[in-house]
Design a protein around this ligand. Structure first.
Ligand code: XLS
Ligand code: NI
Ligand code: NI
Length: 449
């Protein structure tokens, strides 16, 4: 099937069979769910790097991807051809946002000046396409990790010239964000971490990173670029320890260096797993601390220990993520679901770019429907409220309102027999809770048209 044999992907509904695989079975963009259109809850974005630049290599084999623009051998010609292709894909998928690193778009020159000139040429074409299609920039970012100069990091490089280069590169990247009206600006700590502590001044590196972020914020203010700044935590890979290890670590870093009013977090499913967490854990930490900014939608594999960046298809996880999002009221002030995901190496046909996005979009739309059903019934809310209800009055209230002391609690407790204390606890019935969630998933989807 040729790529442009694919028309705009339509919503056909759940009941349609496998022949409509290239259609949405759950994602009905304008349908209102829990007070908002599906597209406004989900705000899907396409990731330029995986979708247009990924050749589907792995450590054992060359790229398998088949893409029409490979016929252009000149790197600038190919970069410009990708722009046409990209906006065709966005509009046919019905995705309203995209994301990119500066270096995804155009090849580097010998100097930063030459590199910026290459980039600006492609950006002009991107800008024209954004205007004609209405597709918007969820976020842009800077690749401070691909080029060999960043071997030991960018703002945490032990070499001052590399810090300087990184800052200069970032300056132009912020200017591009402003020019294209980016809603967020992402900092993923590419190689900001260490391979080995013996040769690393860890605190000094982190202070450099904080200085870098302050410089970026100052310059953004100077040029009137008011995008939400986001840190994207990741535990490891490519370095053996990344400084933005997980949501908690990133929040502590932001608070330590006075950056907590400037940044929120962009959280990625597979990164959560690399930190030994679930995606839900990371989102919950960010949500409850006021740091939920945006989401990179992908999934890992239980049996494989690296950043697989698979397209998200696990309904249990998408339902869980959307439950947290509904609880937060949105993904973040300007957040969206960016598919930081690539098709598997064996899904090499051009049409797999459609199939993979449709699979991911439908999985998240289905997750939204399940989560909305659970919220409507207040199943989880009620379960949690009742579990903690002993803090709503009596002795529990004195603990929460700060009037309790060790002495008052000793007085309350000292002569209470064991049987009374055991009676104060209750079974969680956790298996039933999980079974109920399963029932919600099955019922919420089965009742879809
Ligand atoms: C890598 C990250 C990266 C960021 C953007 O693992 O997910 O793709 O999202 O730099
Ligand atoms: Ni990632
Ligand atoms: Ni990511």
């Amino acid at each position: 099937m040729g790529l442009w044999d694919i028309d705009k992907i339509e919503y056909v509904g759940r009941a349609k069979g496998p022949r409509e695989a290239l259609a949405f079975h759950y994602y009905d963009a304008d349908r209102v769910v829990s007070g908002k259109k599906m597209k406004d809850w989900l705000r899907f974005g396409v990731a330029w790097w995986h979708t247009f630049d990924q050749e589907l290599v792995d450590p054992f084999g060359a790229g398998t991807a088949q893409r029409p623009y490979y016929k252009y051998t000149d790197p600038m010609d190919q970069a410009l051809a990708k722009v046409d292709y990209a906006f065709e894909l966005f509009t046919r998928l019905g995705v309203e946002y995209f994301c990119f690193h500066d270096r995804d778009l155009a090849p580097e020159g010998d100097t930063l000046r030459e590199t910026n000139a290459n980039l600006d040429k492609v950006i002009s074409k991107v800008e024209d396409n954004m205007k004609s299609t209405g597709v918007r920039l969820l976020w842009n970012t800077s690749s401070l990790f691909t080029n060999p100069r960043f071997v030991d990091g960018a703002s945490t490089s032990p070499f001052a010239d590399i810090f300087a280069y990184s800052a200069a590169q970032l300056k132009h990247s912020l200017e591009i964000g402003k020019r294209l009206g980016a809603e967020n600006y992402v900092f993923w700590g590419g190689r900001e971490g260490y391979e080995n502590l013996w040769n690393t001044q860890m605190k000094r590196e982190q202070e450099h990173m904080a200085r870098f972020f302050h410089m970026c914020h100052e310059y953004a203010q100077e040029i009137g670029f008011d995008a939400q700044f986001l840190i994207e935590p990741k535990a490891k890979e490519p370095t053996m320890h990344q400084y933005d290890f997980d949501a908690s670590t990133a929040i502590a870093f932001l608070k330590t260096y006075g950056l907590d009013d400037i940044f929120k977090l962009n959280l990625e499913g597979n990164h959560a797993n690399l930190a030994g967490h679930t995606y839900q854990h990371e989102i919950r930490v960010a949500r409850e601390n006021g740091f939920l900014g945006s989401l990179d939608a992908n999934q890992g594999d239980k049996l494989i220990g690296w950043d697989m960046d698979e397209f998200p298809t696990d309904l249990y996880e998408t339902s869980t993520v959307m439950w947290e999002v509904l609880a937060a009221g949105s993904i973040g002030p300007h957040g969206g679901l960016n598919f930081d995901a690539k098709p598997r190496r064996s899904s090499f046909a051009p049409e797999d770019l459609f199939r993979s996005h449709v699979a991911g979009m439908d999985a998240y739309a289905a997750g939204l429907l399940v989560a909305a059903r659970m919220h409507d019934d207040r199943f989880i809310e009620d379960l949690q409220d009742s579990r903690y209800s002993s803090f709503d009055s009596g002795i529990g209230e004195t603990i929460e309102n700060g009037t309790a002391t060790l002495a008052s609690l000793e007085e309350y407790t000292l002569d209470r027999p064991q049987a009374e204390l055991i009676a104060a606890t209750q079974s969680d019935h956790l298996e039933s809770v999980k079974a109920t969630i399963n029932n919600y998933m099955i019922d919420a989807l089965a009742e879809q048209p």
